[in-house]
Design a protein around this ligand. Structure first.
Ligand SMILES: [Zn+2]
Length: 245
């Protein structure tokens, strides 16, 4: 977000930590204590699928690498929820900074050679109702930080499908993501960074990456503000479900 806009907003709405509610300095997004609780170390997730429990051996993914900022668990849920409910969008700016930093030091190619930063789309009606697409906030901020072009007119969501998080099985989630579409564009040999707020099974990112590849994209990075780690005891069944996708 533009600094001036930010300052004006801070005047009317005090800048508070989206997780604990403590008052922050205008330039801060999350307090240090909460940042520490939410951050996911780069060694703790798979650089290809973005999961803390790597699913690469069970699925062939359409995206080429994943960059993740935070874990999605009970520690970070209040901040993610505040972003979704338009209460506090700081989590988007906080995670965009982390993602930018991790992408600058990425090993696949120089991040400046990225063609576009795009969000996972939200259905138009829903975006109008909420006022913004939270994935778009993250993607736009990331594009600004990395000085890369931002585009949200390529991918679209056809209809309001059931909310991903309300669906319990990986199979249901996979079916539900079928409603994404892509406009008539050429993405021949392009490198794209695709952003979302939460990476759960990876089905949404995967479907969008498939569409981008279908239009010629050469490399797709899945950049997620947060990534879920399923409870340990469910690992086995979870993997079985994933392998069916
Ligand atoms: Zn805090």
């Amino acid at each position: 977000m533009h600094q001036t806009t930010r300052k004006i907003l801070d005047f009317f709405y005090p800048n508070v930590c989206p997780r604990c509610g403590i008052i922050l300095h205008p330039e801060e997004t999350v307090c240090d204590a909460c940042a520490e609780k939410m951050l996911l170390s780069q060694n703790d997730y798979c650089q290809k699928c973005g999961k803390t429990n790597c699913m690469c051996q069970y699925r062939k993914l359409a995206y080429d690498r994943a960059v993740v900022a935070c874990r999605y668990d009970k520690e970070s849920a209040p901040a993610v929820l505040a972003l979704k409910e338009s209460k506090n969008t700081n989590f988007a700016y906080f995670t965009a900074r982390i993602l930018a930093e991790r992408l600058r030091h990425g090993s696949y190619y120089q991040v400046q050679e990225t063609d576009y930063v795009m969000p996972v789309p939200m259905h138009k009606a829903k975006q109008k109702q909420r006022g913004y697409n939270q994935a778009g906030l993250i993607a736009r901020e990331l594009a600004e930080l990395l000085h890369l072009p931002y585009r949200e007119d390529v991918l679209y969501k056809e209809k309001s499908a059931a909310e991903q998080h309300t669906l319990t099985s990986a199979q249901e989630r996979a079916k539900n993501v079928g409603s994404f579409g892509i406009r008539e564009v050429s993405l021949e040999n392009m490198r794209i960074i695709l952003c979302d707020d939460v990476l759960t099974t990876g089905s949404t990112m995967n479907r969008c990456a498939e569409l981008l590849k279908f239009k010629g994209a050469a490399f797709v990075t899945a950049a997620a503000a947060s990534s879920t780690s399923p409870p340990e005891q469910k690992e086995t069944t979870k993997h079985k479900e994933e392998s069916l996708l």
